[in-house]
Design a binder for this molecule. Structure first.
Ligand SMILES: [Fe+2]
Length: 154
């Protein structure tokens, strides 16, 4: 049985996700500038990719929030937040520390997309499918980061 979409909750969550993804853009860009150590060269490219992908995600979520890609009754007409999620300042830029911070960030993003899925399930197949796809993408990031962290022991 389909239920009515909780528009307010959906818009709030989409905005929270945008704030999180945009903070990822700042976070990953800053890490890519600051990362040091023997793995710097390879990690820089990885971090820059993460920054670009976070921006793409924020833009995709923003399109949905503002309703351009939804048709008829399902269109959301939210207004995108101009805030970004504050990130903890750090003065540690070892590869291990950066990867651990990145993982924490990706876990937060994953939680938000899961909240979105819960909110839209049985209300909008389109949003449900979108949330599932994003969860898939974010899960892959989580797995990748966990793999990268596996070599580091205290
Ligand atoms: Fe993302």
């Amino acid at each position: 049985m389909m239920q009515e979409l909780d528009q307010k909750q959906t818009i709030n969550l989409l905005n929270e996700i945008i704030e999180c993804e945009l903070s990822g853009v700042v976070r990953y860009t800053q890490y890519s500038l600051m990362v040091t150590g023997p793995y710097r060269i390879t990690i820089v490219d990885f971090l820059k990719e993460q920054a670009s992908e976070s921006l793409l995600h924020a833009q995709k979520v923003g399109e949905i929030l503002t309703g351009f890609t939804l048709s008829g009754a399902e269109a959301l007409e939210g207004r995108p937040s101009l805030q970004i999620l504050p990130a903890d300042e750090t003065d540690k830029y070892s590869v291990k520390h950066i990867l651990a911070q990145s993982l924490a960030h990706e876990e937060k993003a994953l939680r938000l997309y899961k909240n979105l899925l819960e909110t839209v399930t049985n209300s909008s197949l389109y949003l449900e499918q979108f949330a599932r796809n994003m969860i898939g993408e974010e899960e892959m990031h989580n797995i990748e980061l966990k793999k990268m962290l596996r070599d580091f022991t205290e």
